[in-house]
Design a protein around this ligand. Structure first.
Ligand code: BDP
Length: 464
């Protein structure tokens, strides 16, 4: 795997062993304040079939959520949310499984039941973690009556922890699946509106988010038009997978780390359409689900340190586009899952989790305009102003996705002022599946005009 990785950088360089040179400029223009609930995780609705998973008693999971963010968002949905039904009855024992990972083409599509008990435990879990919940209802195969019952229960039980309800997962993929080939964005919006109206009749202060699309932007545009008519739509959402499906020959580390991965579900050129929808509606846009490679993830890629470097950059890049949140999909023992395992066997963080922690360091801060001059677009930079400051730069994130040493010339805005503390995101190898660390890496003292970044590392500089 390592030799193929050298490719992208070598295309640009005569001598791959020589350091890359970069110059960073920071401008006074703020781009976007990253919300404090920017970081999140997405889980399959099927996971609620085991009420003991999202429960305060699942202490390892509570701790991992808290260490990721003191105020994150847990999104419940995914492919299995179109197979779940809600019931007020007591859960049946034994539960069909202990944990449930990402839905894939191989997932056994048996319907699962979400009960009031599962929601009560979920509420306890959210209270214990400080997180809130974006909750998905079944539109693909569920009845309106059942969605109303579930919405009532979620609203009553999750209370202030419920950010918004979503109706349907990836409705832009319903064609030839849950709906005929002739299904259009207008058909979706009409069905969505019927469900919304039925829910509002019983839960007048319900809040909604959507359209939770896979990748087809006309569905977002159609949804945005309807969202403008209803004050209770509080957020626009869509998914992002850098590559996919798993198994494609180009589902590689080199492709994942590249500027625009081949087979991505969202071209960077599509961002303008999303920003138009945000502007038109005045609503935030959030990546409600996403990860490195769909159909469950690519082994040797999605479960390695490469996923951490990718995700540290991708999350901050989305923030620089003005997106208000990124929720990485996972759970179970999924290949791309940031957190894996089960209460009975132990729950652990994968490398990607540390990449998320890296990006989370900038939550609440205001991203400032930067320009990085470098021969290689695998080197990325972000700068931000901390919430309590009116001027200056208090955070710098430098991400080296290349296999070369980078020497970055720093501008006066960074050299002047208080000294910096640094933290390094690194691992023994780019394809390492364990031993990823985000650790204190010392004080950066002045004057130091050039900063050295090792291959495949990211550095977070912070000061008061
Ligand atoms: C998305 C689904 C999610 C899957 C994911 C994948 O919403 O449930 O787990 O793809 O294929 O389309 O990995």
């Amino acid at each position: 795997a390592l030799s193929s990785l050298a490719l992208p950088s070598m295309l640009h360089a005569q001598d791959p062993s020589a350091p890359l040179h970069a110059t960073l400029a920071v401008f006074a223009d703020p781009i976007f304040t990253i919300p404090t609930d920017f970081t999140g995780l997405s889980y399959e609705a099927a996971q609620l079939a085991n009420p003991a998973f999202f429960a305060p008693s699942n202490k390892e999971l509570v701790q991992l959520f808290r260490q990721l963010s003191p105020s994150g968002v847990l999104r419940i949905g995914g492919g299995t949310s179109e197979y779940t039904t809600y019931s007020d009855a007591a859960p049946t024992e034994p539960t069909p499984f202990e944990v449930f990972g990402p839905d894939t083409d191989k997932t056994n599509k048996k319907g699962t039941v979400t009960t009031a008990r599962a929601l009560e435990n979920l509420r306890g879990f959210l209270d214990a973690t400080g997180w809130s919940c974006l909750y998905g209802l079944n539109l693909g195969q569920g009845t309106k009556e059942n969605a109303v019952n579930e919405a009532m229960a979620a609203h009553r039980i999750l209370g202030p922890r419920l950010v918004a309800l979503q109706i349907g997962n990836e409705p832009d993929s319903f064609r030839n699946r849950f709906r005929p080939a002739s299904y259009t964005p207008e058909d979706f919006v009409r069905e969505w509106s019927e469900f919304r109206e039925a829910i509002v009749a019983k839960v007048p202060d319900a809040k909604f988010a959507g359209p939770d699309i896979s990748n087809k932007l006309p569905y977002l545009t159609a949804f945005a038009d309807v969202a403008m008519k209803h004050k209770d739509v509080v957020m626009l959402t869509g998914h992002y997978y850098a590559m996919g499906p798993a198994g494609r020959p180009d589902a590689t580390i080199a492709n994942l780390l590249s500027e625009e991965p081949k087979s991505t579900t969202m071209k960077w050129s599509g961002v303008a359409t999303i920003q138009d929808a945000m502007k038109k509606t005045g609503l935030p846009y959030r990546i409600s689900e996403g990860n490195s490679c769909w159909n469950g993830g690519q082994r040797g890629v999605s479960d390695t340190f490469a996923s951490a470097l990718w995700c540290a950059d991708a999350m901050l890049r989305f923030a620089s586009y003005g997106f208000g949140g990124v929720y990485l999909h996972g759970g179970g023992n999924g290949i791309y899952s940031p957190i894996v395992g089960a209460p009975s066997t132990g729950i652990i963080a994968r490398p990607e989790y540390s990449g998320m922690q890296f990006a989370q360091r900038l939550a609440g801060a205001t991203l400032m305009q930067v320009k990085l001059d470098c021969d290689d677009n695998l080197v990325r930079a972000y700068a931000a102003r901390a919430a309590k400051h009116a001027k200056g730069i208090q955070h710098v994130a430098l991400i080296n996705k290349s296999n070369r040493v980078v020497e970055i010339g720093l501008p006066k805005e960074i050299l002047a002022g208080k000294p910096w503390q640094s933290e390094k995101l690194s691992a023994p190898a780019i394809d390492a599946t364990s031993d990823t660390t985000l650790a204190w890496a010392g004080k950066v003292t002045h004057p130091q005009t050039t900063l050295r970044l090792e291959p495949y590392t990211a550095l977070h500089l912070a000061r008061d």
